[in-house]
Design a protein around this ligand. Structure first.
Ligand code: SF4
Ligand code: SF4
Length: 345
């Protein structure tokens, strides 16, 4: 089902979605765009390239309460925090970010132990993917083409959106997407010419150029295994790193978290909060021993996790080439150049 709406009327579409549930969409903030929960439909702004932080927080919030308890009481008096989620609409996610949800599903929903919080959020959300603007060049940090992801890939979205001049075309990809499009009376029917434009755009998206190298997952895995003890290499590539963790917080496929207890007047909450393998204390053990005291060990861990261990364990690279880690690294450490260097080492 193909529908359309004038981009000038995007706030009407936002209002219609807000009537049905929670809307997360790109909003222009002081330092750039981010996905936020929309309070005023006029906030939604599709004139963005990509957001600073990835939209992973839609399913994996920065902090999430799990268990409520009272100190000193038996464990069976503790209760799981109920989510009671309303329907949610993630509006405007770029194809590389949508691909990241599939990678994150491996950990939270498909490798034996199901995370009920992630699963419920995924099930209640409708994803409106949004093609990159093919008229504009890719940003220098991006390399999703290297990882086989196109600039207008609809796979993984429920509804996929393409800009056509002053209009936004919305095509259903899944039954969930079809249902929501049928319900949104604010949308107009797409014409045959719109359908043709949409289909050609999807095809053109496959040819769209980002930085690209020939990267075979098995080859990079083997290369990184061979390089593991090459301390000179890892020291050189990590020498500028200040262990700030920004690269992991903005990354759509980083999912490390810590579990913390917060108690006040005997009322306790057990919650998870984002953590980062780039932080100095990430591997600090209770004994005081820390197996990764050097910055090179931490960067080596991050790169190996995404491009080696993950491939060995699950068969796919855990990176979608969005380029956020490079763009927002305060000392310009570029994961693409690092992988290129590793392949040549
Ligand atoms: S490692 Fe960097 S390029 Fe890869 S998905 Fe994460 S932020 Fe994007
Ligand atoms: S963003 Fe850059 S400086 Fe900060 S931890 Fe990551 S690689 Fe190191």
């Amino acid at each position: 089902m193909l529908k359309k709406i004038s981009i000038n009327k995007i706030s009407e579409l936002a209002a219609a979605l807000m009537d049905k549930g929670l809307l997360l969409a790109p909003v222009k903030e002081i330092s750039g765009y981010n996905f936020v929960e929309i309070k005023d439909p006029k906030q939604v702004d599709l004139d963005f390239h990509n957001t600073i932080a990835s939209p992973k927080a839609a399913f994996f919030p920065h902090k999430e309460d799990f268990i409520k308890y009272e100190t000193g009481k038996p464990i069976d008096t503790a209760s799981v925090v109920a989510l009671n989620l309303p329907p949610a609409f993630l509006f405007g996610a770029r194809p590389c970010d949508v691909k990241s949800f599939e990678i994150m599903d491996i950990h939270f929903n498909a490798s034996g132990i199901v995370d009920p919080f992630w699963k419920q959020r995924r099930e209640t959300a409708v994803i409106f993917g949004y093609a990159f603007d093919l008229e504009k060049p890719a940003q220098p940090e991006e390399f999703y083409q290297t990882l086989g992801i196109g600039a207008a890939d609809p796979e993984g979205s429920d509804v996929f959106m393409v800009k056509k001049g002053g209009d936004l075309l919305l095509n259903s990809v899944t039954p969930k997407g079809e249902k929501i499009l049928a319900e949104l009376k604010v949308l107009n029917e797409g014409k045959a010419a719109d359908k043709k434009y949409y289909e050609e755009y999807i095809k053109k998206g496959k040819e769209y150029k980002t930085r690209s190298m020939c990267l075979e997952p098995g080859a990079i895995t083997k290369k990184l295994e061979d390089l593991f003890y090459n301390t000179d290499f890892w020291t050189r590539v990590s020498s500028a790193c200040i262990s700030c963790g920004v690269c992991t917080f903005v990354c759509p496929t980083c999912y490390c978290f810590d579990i913390c207890d917060d108690t006040l007047f005997a009322q306790g909450i057990r919650r998870r909060v984002w953590d980062a393998c780039m932080f100095t204390d990430f591997t600090l053990e209770a004994s005081g021993h820390n197996p990764r005291t050097h910055v090179y060990q931490r960067l080596r861990q991050k790169i190996n996790h995404k491009y080696s261990y993950h491939v060995r364990k699950y068969g796919v690279i855990s990176c979608v080439g969005c380029g956020r880690c490079t763009k927002h690294c305060p000392v310009n450490i570029d994961i693409y150049s690092l992988i290129e260097d590793a392949m040549k080492a």
